[in-house]
Design a protein around this ligand. Sequence first.
Ligand code: MG
Length: 455
Amino acid sequence: MKMFGTNGIRGIANDFLSPDLALRVGRAAAFVLGPGAIAVARDPRTSSDMIASSVEAGLMSAGVDVDDLGMVPTPALQYYVKTHDDVTGGIMITASHNPPEFNGIKCVAEDGTECSRQQETAIEDAYEKPKPGTSWDSIGVLRRIPGAGEAYVDAIISKVDADAIRAAKLKVCLDCSNGASSRTSPMLLSRLGVRAITINASPDGIFPGHESEPTEDNLKDLKKMVVDTGSDLGAAHDGDADRCIFVTGSGRFVPGDKSLAIITRQAASRAPGSKVVTTVATSKVVEEAVASVGGKTLYTAVGSPIVARRMMSENAVAGGEENGGIIFADHQFCRDGAMTLAKMLETVAAGKTLDELVDSLPEFHTVKAAMRCEDSLKKAVLDGIAEMHMGEKVDVTDGLRIDYDDGWVLMRPSGTEPKFRVYAESRDASRASELSERFLREAESVRDSAGERRE
Ligand code: MG
């Protein structure tokens, strides 16, 4: 049975995601992530203790020891796994930005990166064919480990110019979205000498402030607060804090591709020829910003584990996606919300305000659209469009992307829904709309004629 989606196993707690399922996943994961200890952590959802206890029971029943880290952000668990030799894997109980009734199980490999699809398949296979538990005298031991959040914050501080940040005497509004960062990110700011005004930092699991996805709409309070308090900037995490999204001092929401451009440009400026990795769905603003300091941008299929692995093989300095999840090679190969926050503070401490940094980026216009398409016709649509554009600059890394001198279009089949997503971008807004409309029209006609042939 395929249980893992793009973000681990997700479902409504005590419904699909029952304690029984969690126990069996824990026992299955023990055979794939063991034989060393497995670290388990959770976000503050009301169901997280129940799901974590079940996963832990499953792990111990297979003879594996458990290090229980309590409530910490996903990247703090990943850092713990990476830095402890006796720990050979990790399991995070979180549904990231989903509504409070959801929860999820996400598995981490020995090096702290997200598990590969092969490891997830191995866990699914072990779930289908359960092995008997271990004998009574080799049941695993549970160790409650305090301080994983502090060690993670220490590591971040050691990777930025903390003295420069302290000297800049910054004032920051921080929105923890009532999530797993509610302790660690305020601690990080205080230790960096930042005057922090924190909202939605009660980790109560029901997200009373706003939904835990840091969209512009959800950050209305933060935008107002940054302006009212005269802060230098605002920052917001998603529920498990592997992402960070920013607001400028004048209260402007900064889309994730722009913060990615600002931070990767800064990272690439340290050494000539530095490489940065992002996905084919990211705005060209990143490539241009990185090129402006002599760096090079490499593109992958969508998905942060894919970005992380390409960063390792190419020796890239930084990378990420446009949703605010940024990866730093000198820290760890996974998205890290608090590290993203610290790096942004370091960038601002170097002199320019976040408003000035945003204004220094080239302006692009993006149009996002979608088209209905049955799964059985998706391949025919991609092939048909590729054929129509033979001889043009076609890239099939993920879906189909065509680059022109004045813009680009990406058509991606959704992995979970019967639809195609179409992204078009250009410096000229009307050209972006024109590209989007033209490709939608072409795709609809290929879909309709492929459907007729099928009938
Ligand atoms: Mg997340």
